[in-house]
Design a binder for this molecule. Structure first.
Ligand code: HEC
Length: 354
């Protein structure tokens, strides 16, 4: 058998030899103990060398159960985790943490503790049928690796309780559904039957920090709440405008006063700060060419890098869609003809026009 198998029981013999300590008067206990341990170690090493030479002495000592973290996990990580790990979970099976190995896959448990012979995992890694054998790619596991896995299962497949189970990216907050608070009761039932011509401004928020979209402290909770409060109402408003024929004459502009940074200045906070370098606004309705995204930010979502639109360009576009020329729309104030779009030349975003 391999040197590994011999070395493991030999180590046990060493530890048995270690604790024989004799105290000699006049020398400190610690020094004596260290001295004796060093000597018994040396003796033990000689014994191990002899045992390795004799060979059959090794097999006389029962091999200890493989250690999960040291012996089992590295095999599974190297040969199985690419298909049965955090990112890919073939047959709904994860083999990158012991609690998940115990849980099993699509077809139930894959190990029967104490009985490697009955364990699908061992059957799959030792199968001679290539279409059945795992890993599904590369060389089969070696006989030693298989017997290590089998010995671990036979010993009850123990593992440290505090083993970290890596979270699946599917559990990331960005993929969680929004929270939908209950719709408040309507005081006047007749209200919803009143035709509403137009809203000039609809505003979500109205409080401070977490009561608005100002997610400095916790963007996750904040945005899940406010998105949940507004997504269906926005969809309903749009559906209503289309239903009533107002879509063709109403311009919808949706956005905030700025975006949120991809990082937070507060340490360890899931909050996000103000970002005026790059953020999204959407336009819909009258005169707008829908179904497209104009421009892009860098990969972190920090700064507009492609077709950036200045806020005054957006204003010029909104005015244009309402039939007003932003260069001519002025008001006289403090001796100047003031423009909403400022004194710098601004452009209508023609790509946004239908
Ligand atoms: C290249 C991808 C790949 C690798 C690497 C891989 N597997 Fe698989 N595994 C699969 C696929 C695909 C299935 C589902 C089809 C099947 O059962 O053959 C599967 C199924 C299984 C199942 C059956 C689960 C069930 O519930 O039916 C077991 C057990 C298993 N693999 C063990 C392993 C072990 C152990 C390793 C590493 C030694 C490993 N696999 C490596 C792709 C892979």
């Amino acid at each position: 058998m391999s040197a590994l198998r011999c070395a493991a029981p030999s180590r046990i013999i060493c530890w048995r030899a270690g604790p024989v300590i004799v105290y000699v008067p006049g020398v400190s206990n610690r020094a004596q103990s260290a001295g004796f341990q060093a000597r018994s170690y040396a003796r033990c090493r000689a014994f191990v060398a002899g045992a390795l030479l004799l060979g059959d002495l090794c097999s006389a000592v029962a091999a200890p159960a493989p250690d999960y973290t040291r012996d089992v996990k590295p095999i599974l990580e190297k040969r199985c985790a690419s298909c049965h790990g955090r990112l890919k979970q073939k047959a709904h099976l994860r083999l990158d943490a012991s609690a998940l190995i115990h849980k099993g896959g699509k077809n139930g448990p894959i190990i029967v503790t104490g009985k490697s012979g009955d364990s699908p995992l061992i059957r799959r890694v030792s199968s001679t049928d290539e279409s059945e054998r795992m890993p599904a790619d590369g060389q089969p596991l070696s006989a030693e690796q298989i017997s290590l896995l089998a010995a671990w299962i036979d010993a009850g497949a123990p593992y440290p309780e505090d083993e970290n189970v890596p979270a699946s990216p599917a559990e990331h907050w960005a993929f969680q559904t929004v929270r939908r608070p209950a719709v408040p009761p309507v005081k006047n039932g007749a209200w919803c039957r009143n035709p509403i011509d137009r809203f000039v401004q609809l505003y979500s928020g109205g409080g401070h920090i977490e009561d608005t979209w100002d997610g400095h402290n916790d963007c996750v909770t904040n945005h899940k709440l406010h998105a949940g409060e507004t997504d269906k109402p926005i969809a309903a408003l749009m559906a209503d405008l289309k239903r009533t024929g107002l879509w063709e004459e109403t311009l919808l502009v949706w956005g905030g006063e700025f975006g949120r940074t991809p990082t937070s200045e507060g340490l360890g906070k899931p909050g996000r700060d103000h970002d005026w370098h790059g953020f999204s606004m959407w336009l819909a309705g009258a005169g707008v060419k829908g179904g497209q995204a104009i421009g892009a930010t860098d990969e972190f979502g920090f700064k507009a890098t492609e077709d950036p639109v200045h806020v005054s360009d957006l204003h010029a576009t909104m005015l244009h869609l309402m039939g007003l020329d932003h260069r001519k729309l002025t008001f006289f104030h403090s001796g100047l003809d003031q423009r909403l779009t400022g004194v710098v030349e601004r452009n209508v975003v023609t790509k946004a026009l239908a």
